[in-house]
Ligand binder design. Structure first.
Ligand SMILES: Cc1ncc(C[n+]2csc(CCOP(=O)(O)OP(=O)(O)O)c2C)c(N)n1
Length: 1010
């Protein structure tokens, strides 16, 4: 308000030359309209004090400015009174005298520039004029903001969206709300630049303004966009929906749309006929989803997109596979045959969960397009971040830095979209530099029910799509029973993405003709809704009748189209009967060409040494301890850290951070892309990593030394993520899915926090290869002290063969390690890539060991020929005289250092041997066996710092017992069971430590239990 007053107070029209000068300095707002492009110069520098014009109050000054711009452009485009006013003011009329009443104008309508003396101050009419124009502006704005409340979005007409608390006063009957009268309906009003309803006209009668606004905002499309805080984007949307005649389609477009509706509808009908008692989560009630997706893909292909990655839930998935991705119908139909045998390993998943990858020609654009549908678990929306990660990776690998060639489409159910937090977490990745996919098109199948639950009970927001507002994504609600409206919004959505590279939502308001699945009785819980649904004519029929009535197709053509598709289905059905074997590999969403042999096996079953040459270690160490750019001032504390690294390199040793540097740096030099993502990973939660250096004198100037290793190295991406585990881990899993030639790591801030991402771990990572027949080499770094534990649900074959160590890795579902030395961490990271297959790796990383003086490794442990050690055997005094050893303690991770210290203090080096189990899964049966047999006179103890129910004991005990054929008990030394992970009391903590160390070294500790 203050700005407006100031502005109005300085109002003086410019001379043409002044205007020209000023215009050159400011950014013009260009708006394309039907009648051509209009450019408005945002001039805000009137210079004459005319504040005493009474109609120039704060709010009307906007309107006056509008008039002024229009007058500058074309004096005839404004009312004569304005023309005179601006001319007078331009001629230097004193304050309060620039206005001339219409009466004082020449009767012939010509504009007489009057002498100042003839000016009169009869202003009421102009005041009214300004007020009325402002009222019309408010009315237009009301439609733009809330017109969607009145749109006819629900095909059933029983809309669940309740706006009773926010009634919308639009329509002819409500003009009084804005201070207008019925008699104003025929008056002509000049249109503001914030509307496009005029097309090529700049003024319209109020009646026509309202009619056009009703057409734009209150029919079958409801546009929600006025919350977007970007004028250009709002203007773009207004233009797309307001311009008269935008919703017109060619005959060919209509016929294509009808053909797509036929396919979508008849596909479900075919399945229903053939397998009436099978669940398929059909699309009936939202058949226009298929043309919707095809329209988005066509338009995007036209705009240069070559690769579309999709994620979707159960609803209509088979239809999408058949009619959008174009999976062979027989491949889909044969899935209904329960006698089919799986040809490849893995349990696979139900037909409406499997993924797919297909490259083909887009018939509309005649360009190549690759479509993939990412396999998903039952867990709704879990696939969202995975799709985004895969999309980001595909963009990265083809150098598509602004998302022009690769894009994602995500489909959602209304209940899941509103209810699942992962939707929000995924939206928040959408504009972050290292996570953006440059705009996703979201399509919501809003059938107004979630299983049996009404929206009233399922969400607190009016629309299921409100979550998208947080990222300023426009939301296009559309009545899915109007296929042309659906096609229109999908075109706009695809264009929006291509123009602004931001997310957009299409909300297909539809219904669900059957129950949740085809076996379900919906009348139990939604009787009235389903009575209405039973009366509802199918959308295909309605659309066909419309086109027949228009003469766009004949009834015969329509029937032929149906017969044609039915025949295609029947023929495929016949062929599907010949399929005897189900190849899960046909359902892969991310093939890795060249990585496996032709029959999908690893090219070898051995892993080369993961060591590095001394020269390489020294070179990478040098980079890790330097600032490889000129004039870059780092923090003093960091200089000390880098100097410490340089000293270590001189002494041929590494600590944890340097070991990691060596692993990442060497892979980068070998051409492997490394991507490390998670909360605060750039510095490292415990301030040990420092992979991104910050100039202390220049804001936002950073340097990543790891990208200065060599000119032909692969790029290193290290990125602090949003504060989300579920979203970010899902994203990185998707990134790792795209290529086997990248090391993708996600680090939890603390290991415990992994459990907010448990769904990704349980559904994608743990069962990945078995369920999806898909390998993934993602690495999870879980900083772990006493807290937290991933559930060790691992599977592995226990038969010991010659290539046991590597084959065991291949057979297991994931690898879990808890390294106690930097060298072993270095090796296990390198093994991830040097192994001939990919397997998820979970690393419990240490906190206290990051700076522990003993947790250092020599270069000797990392040279060529060295490997990751699954178990680090006792190599001290005890190993020299094994027969004298009374106890063999197995442990893992940092407790090893507490144990050795205690052993030394007690002088028990000769009587107690300690072996570190570095790899927990797959279990190192062979090495545990050998070590146990070596200390034949020793009892066996498992020692852990965790509580008994939280650590590894229950996992290792039966496995150690199997190894030694149950010859001895495996005693437990550790904390008692507890519900909470750790005590908050330091003293209690120390007492607990003392207690389990006493047990571990008390040779009589288990006497009573024998
Ligand atoms: C995370 C998760 N919670 C619960 C379920 C069980 N479930 C399956 S479908 C469904 C209803 C989904 O409704 P909506 O998202 O509207 O999709 P619709 O089935 O209506 O297409 C529920 C609750 C699930 N699959 N995933």
């Amino acid at each position: 308000m203050h700005r407006l007053r100031t502005c109005a107070a300085r109002l003086r029209p410019l001379t043409a030359s002044q205007a020209a000068q000023t215009v050159g300095q400011q950014r013009p707002l260009t708006v394309a309209g039907v009648g051509g492009t209009r450019t408005f110069q945002p001039i805000r520098c009137y210079t004459a004090p005319v504040a005493s014009e009474p109609f120039l109050n704060g709010t009307s000054s906007n309107y006056v400015e509008e008039m002024y711009f229009a007058w500058l452009e074309n004096p005839k485009s404004v009312h004569k009174s304005w023309d005179v006013f601006f001319r007078n003011a331009n001629a230097g009329a004193p304050p309060g005298s620039a206005y001339q009443s219409p009466l004082a104008m020449s009767p012939a309508g010509g504009v007489a520039v009057p002498q100042f003396s003839s000016m009169v101050a009869a202003q009421p009419n102009v005041e009214k004029l300004v007020e009325d124009h402002l009222a019309v502006q408010s009315l237009i704005r009301a439609y733009q903001v809330m017109g969607h409340h009145n749109a006819q979005l629900d095909p059933l007409g029983i809309s669940c969206v309740n706006f009773d608390d926010a009634p919308v006063n639009t329509g002819f009957q409500h003009v009084g709300f804005y201070g207008l009268e019925e008699s104003d309906l025929d008056k002509v009003f000049r249109l503001p630049t914030t509307t496009f309803i005029g097309g090529s006209e700049s003024a319209l009668p109020l009646k026509e303004i309202i009619r056009r606004l009703e057409m734009a905002y209150c029919q079958h499309i409801g546009v929600e966009f006025m919350f977007i805080n970007d004028l250009e984007q709002c203007q773009w949307i207004r233009q797309k929906f307001e311009t008269p005649g935008v919703m017109q389609f060619t005959l060919e477009e209509k016929r294509t749309l009808l053909a797509r509706m036929v396919r979508s509808t008849r596909f479900e009908e075919f399945l229903q006929r053939k397998w009436s008692s099978e669940k398929r989560f059909g699309l009936e009630g939202c058949e226009s989803l298929i043309p919707a997706l095809k329209t988005i893909i066509d338009k995007s292909s036209e705009n240069g997109v070559e690769n579309v990655i999709m994620g979707m839930p159960h609803r209509g998935r088979l239809n999408v596979l058949a009619n959008v991705i174009r999976k062979e119908l027989e491949q889909i139909f044969c899935q209904f045959d329960s006698k089919l045998e799986a040809a490849d390993e893995g349990s696979g998943d139900v037909k409406y969960h499997l993924g797919m990858y297909h490259r083909r020609i887009n018939r509309v654009t005649d360009r190549n397009i690759t479509l993939s549908l990412v396999a998903n678990p039952s867990h709704l929306e879990a696939v969202d971040p995975v799709v985004q990660g895969k999309t980001k990776a595909e963009q990265f690998y083809c150098g598509d830095s602004d998302g022009k060639r690769v894009m994602s489409i995500l489909l959602h159910g209304d209940a899941a979209f509103a209810g699942q937090g992962i939707v929000y977490e995924t939206f928040h990745l959408s504009d972050l530099p290292s996570y953006t996919t440059h705009g996703t098109v979201h399509v919501v199948v809003n059938n107004q029910i979630g299983f049996t639950t009404d929206p009233r009970m399922a969400r607190s927001s009016p629309y299921p799509t409100d979550v998208a507002r947080v990222v300023n994504a426009p939301i296009f609600h559309v009545n899915a029973d109007d296929p042309e409206a659906v096609m229109y919004v999908c075109n706009v959505a695809a264009e929006w993405r291509a123009t602004f590279h931001k997310d957009v939502v299409v909300d297909l308001v539809c219904y669900r003709r059957m129950g949740h699945n085809e076996m379900d009785e919906p009348m139990f819980t939604q009787p009235l809704m389903y009575k209405q649904i039973k009366k509802q004519k199918g959308v295909l029929l309605k659309y066909a009748e419309k086109l027949i009535a228009e003469g766009a197709v004949s009834r015969q053509e329509y029937e032929e189209e149906i017969a044609k598709y039915d025949k295609i289905c029947e023929e495929a059905y016949a062929r599907s009967k010949d399929e005897k074997i189900l190849h899960i590999k046909h359902w892969l969403d991310s093939p890795w060409p060249g990585f496996f042999t032709l029959d999908g096996q690893p090219k070898s079953m051995s892993c080369p040494s993961t060591g590095l040459t001394e020269e390489n270690l020294t070179h990478i160490g040098g980079i890790a301890s330097s600032v490889p750019v000129e004039d870059f001032t780092i923090h003093g504390g960091l200089s000390r850290i880098l100097k410490g690294r340089a000293d270590m390199v001189k002494k041929r040793t590494v600590d944890w951070a340097l070991g990691e540097y060596m692993a990442f740096g060497s892979l980068l030099k070998e051409g492997i892309h490394v991507r490390l993502s998670g909360q605060d990973v750039e510095r490292g939660t415990f301030s040990h990593r420092h992979h991104v250096l910050h100039d202390q004198n220049v804001d936002k100037r950073t340097c990543i030394p790891m990208n200065h290793l060599s000119p032909d190295q692969a790029p290193y991406t290290v990125c602090n993520s949003s504060l989300s585990e579920y979203g970010v881990l899902g994203f990185e899993l998707g990134f790792a899915m795209a290529s086997p030639n990248a090391l993708v790591l996600w680090e939890a801030q603390f290991g415990d926090f992994h459990n907010t991402a448990q769904c990704i771990i349980d559904q994608f990572i743990c069962p990945g290869q078995a369920k999806w027949v898909r390998q993934n080499g993602i690495v999870l770094l879980l900083p772990h002290g006493m807290e937290g534990m991933v559930r060790l649900m691992c599977k592995c074959d226990e038969t010991i063969t010659e290539d046991f160590a590597v084959r065991q890795l291949y057979d297991c579902n994931w690898i879990v390690v808890n390294c106690s030395s930097p060298a072993n961490y270095f090796h296990v990271i390198r093994r991830q890539i040097l192994a001939p297959f990919r397997k998820p790796l979970i690393v419990f990383t240490p906190k206290s060991l990051l700076r522990h003086p003993e947790a250092r490794s020599s270069f000797d442990e990392m040279l060529p020929g060295t490997h990751f050690q699954r178990v680090i055997l006792e190599d001290g005094v005890a190993a020299e005289r094994p027969e004298e050893v009374k106890r063999l303690i197995f442990c893992t991770g940092k407790v090893y250092y507490e144990l050795t210290k205690e052993r030394k203090n007690r002088g028990m080096e000769g009587t107690v041997a300690i072996a570190r189990m570095e790899q927990l899964s797959p279990f190192p049966f062979d090495l545990v066996k050998a070590e146990s047999e070596r200390y034949a006179n020793a009892d066996l103890v498992w020692c852990q710092e965790e509580h008994k129910n939280q650590g590894y004991y229950d996992y290792v005990k039966p496995r150690i017992r199997t190894t030694i054929q149950r010859a001895k008990p495996v005693w437990y030394a550790g904390r008692d069971p507890a519900a909470a992970p750790a005590t908050g009391n330091k003293n209690t903590h120390l007492v607990e430590v003392r207690r389990f160390l006493d047990t571990a070294f008390g040779l009589d500790a288990f006497k009573d239990q024998q």
